[in-house]
Design a protein around this ligand. Structure first.
Ligand SMILES: Nc1nc2c(ncn2[C@@H]2O[C@H](COP(=O)(O)OP(=O)(O)O)[C@@H](O)[C@H]2O)c(=O)[nH]1
Ligand SMILES: [Mg+2]
Length: 361
């Protein structure tokens, strides 16, 4: 399955509006539109300039973009971590996502109810964050009790796990997300087994009034995101929803008129992709196609994305980089200049690699 982002936030902040806008996203990949899995789950193609340039240079029509899934998680209420009705279910759903897109209301509209009269995005962020932290603390407290019992029963590994859990709980109690806890990768892998939420990457999405996108409030959210090492993107949900409902031709015209070449949605999709620490590589064998990998993945893992036969019978990968293709202009020139390399299974795939797998089954 692909990578997915859960859209979360307080009620009435514009989550569903943004999700609906995504379902009509204005990406230039007409043949691969939004695809709905369930009413609140959908897959969007990732806008990719490089893919279009490669298609031009290699004369490969109809390239296939890579995709990312978005999931509109029903609103969170205060007390969710105490397991009250919907709240608990909400937290359960976020446990399944790879990254969290946290929508923050920065728009002003007295017709749309909000939890408090005065808008205060940072307070709103912290209400949601507190529930996530409390939920993680509860999970870890339970795990700790279990491990302590096992430790007494003679399980030698349990004691060191308890240490990791204790420092995690301390970190959470100081109001910080587990994703920023500075521990060894191995220990982080251990933590991942517990279905924790705050260990996931976060992207704050400021939903702003159209035309007033650089207010103090928005800057505060951006700073907050930076301090937390989280992603940030601003978008006007309502405007994007309106654009997404226009017929295709009008959509392009409208974006040009407004001077928005790059729609907020494209940015949202792209930044989500970055937040997930994903990279893109390309294959050109039959069709030109973009594929998604985790940063640091090997050529063998890349081959497995395409076909299990590639993985089983992997011999080598013939690789060049997108930038070199742009510089040299064609694959023939790349070869002449020696920029076409042969790599083995262990090769760490780079964002922008164009790969041909050579395999034997
Ligand atoms: N003025 C304004 N209203 C918005 C914006 N985004 C969403 N809304 C409105 O806010 C209300 C709640 O939006 P919705 O997307 O359902 O919020 P959710 O509860 O977070 O899913 C709806 O009436 C939307 O039309 C925006 O950017 N500006
Ligand atoms: Mg909603």
């Amino acid at each position: 399955m692909g990578f997915n982002c859960g859209i979360i936030g307080l009620p009435n902040v514009g989550k569903s509006t943004i999700f609906n806008a995504l379902s009509g996203a204005t990406v230039p990949m007409d043949n691969y539109p939004f695809c709905t899995i369930e009413p609140n789950r959908g897959v969007v193609p990732v806008p990719d300039e490089r893919l279009l340039r490669i298609a031009e240079l290699l004369q490969k029509p109809d390239p296939i973009p890579t995709r990312i899934e978005f999931y509109d998680v029903a609103g969170l209420v205060k007390g969710a971590s105490e397991g009250e009705g919907l709240g608990n279910k909400f937290l359960g759903h976020i446990r399944d996502v790879d990254a969290v897109v946290h929508v923050v209301r920065c728009f002003h509209d007295s017709d749309v109810a909000h939890i408090a009269k005065d808008p205060d995005p940072i307070r709103d962020i912290e209400i949601v964050k507190t529930e996530l932290l409390l939920s993680d603390i509860e999970i870890l407290e339970r795990a700790k009790k279990r491990l302590e019992r096992n430790s007494k029963g003679g399980d030698k590994g349990a004691a060191s796990k308890v240490n990791i859990i204790e420092s995690s709980i301390k970190h959470l109690n100081s109001g910080r997300l587990l994703k920023d806890l500075d521990i060894e990768d191995e220990d982080k892998r251990l933590l991942r087994e517990y279905g924790l939420i705050s260990i996931k990457p976060v992207l704050y999405c400021a939903n702003v009034d159209e035309g007033n996108s650089s207010s103090d409030e928005v800057r505060k959210v951006e700073n907050y995101a930076n301090n937390e090492h989280s992603g940030f993107v601003k978008i006007s949900g309502k405007l994007e929803e309106e654009i997404s409902e226009l017929p295709k031709e009008e959509k392009k015209e409208f974006l040009l008129e407004m001077g928005i070449g790059d729609s907020g949605l494209d940015r949202l999709i792209r930044v989500s992709y970055q937040t997930l620490e994903l990279i893109t590589f390309y294959t050109t064998a039959t069709k030109l196609q973009a594929w998604t990998l985790h940063q640091g993945a090997s050529a063998l893992e890349a081959s497995a994305k395409i076909h299990s036969d590639f993985e089983k019978g992997f011999i080598k990968a013939s690789v060049y980089h997108y930038n070199d293709l742009i510089t040299e202009g064609s694959e023939a020139h790349l070869k002449e200049k020696g920029k076409l390399r042969s790599e083995g299974k262990e090769y760490i795939v780079q964002d922008g690699d164009v790969i041909r797998f050579i395999f034997n089954v």
